[in-house]
Design a protein around this ligand. Structure first.
Ligand code: FE
Length: 206
């Protein structure tokens, strides 16, 4: 795997600060509020994500694991969307924060209606570079996300309250309202190396 020359410090700082936030065992509302600020800072610049984690697939969106907390209390994932690509309608079962790093995405939210069918909740929402969205079973957990760019790749950074690739979730068929079990997994077998701090150490020695 080629590691392009990027500055991983913003991602490392984000992981460290998010670990501190989670370590304080806050409520979901506090995680979403403070986590939003941390994620906004991370996606305010676009010089820290190696190219390996930004490559689209010709047919479907990709999700690259960037970090998983050792106790699986949170995970950080880069979602990469080629033109025309979208998720099925799906849930998360845990809190999630979504920040757009590159391009733009469109999200449509759904809720269970009284008949058991899924109904659209609110307008199709476009999230542009720098925008942040949140999901959870308490604030609305079912949505469909697509690349809003007709000819460009979009990249978003997601944070979830679990090792999201291994969480048992559901995808939904809109016409029938039926759900199917779903475990997303990850598109990658390696994560960015955040921990080679030798350059800083060598500088300190001089
Ligand atoms: Fe989602």
């Amino acid at each position: 795997m080629s590691e392009t020359n990027v500055d991983v410090r913003p991602l490392r700082d984000f992981v460290v600060n998010f670990t501190r936030l989670i370590e304080a065992a806050p409520t979901e509302a506090v995680i979403l509020e403070k986590g939003r600020t941390l994620l906004a800072r991370l996606i305010a610049r676009d010089d820290w994500l190696a190219e390996d984690f930004t490559r689209p697939h010709p047919e479907h969106y990709r999700q690259y694991l960037l970090h998983c907390d050792p106790l699986e209390r949170f995970s950080v994932v880069s979602f990469v969307w080629g033109p025309g690509q979208k998720t099925p309608v799906h849930n998360h079962t845990v809190w999630g924060l979504i920040g757009v790093l590159r391009g733009s995405e469109a999200a449509i939210r759904f809720r269970r209606g009284t008949t058991g069918r899924l109904e659209q909740a609110g307008e199709r929402e476009v999230l542009r570079q720098g925008a942040i969205d949140a999901v959870s079973p308490t604030i609305g957990d079912i949505h469909e996300v697509s690349n809003n760019e007709p000819e460009q790749t979009s990249v978003s950074i997601h944070v979830y309250g679990a090792n999201i690739g291994a969480v048992g979730r559901e995808v939904y068929d809109l016409a029938s309202g039926q759900s199917k079990p779903f475990v997303s997994g990850y598109s990658s077998t390696s994560v960015p190396n955040l921990w080679d701090r030798s350059a800083e150490e060598r500088l300190d020695q001089n």
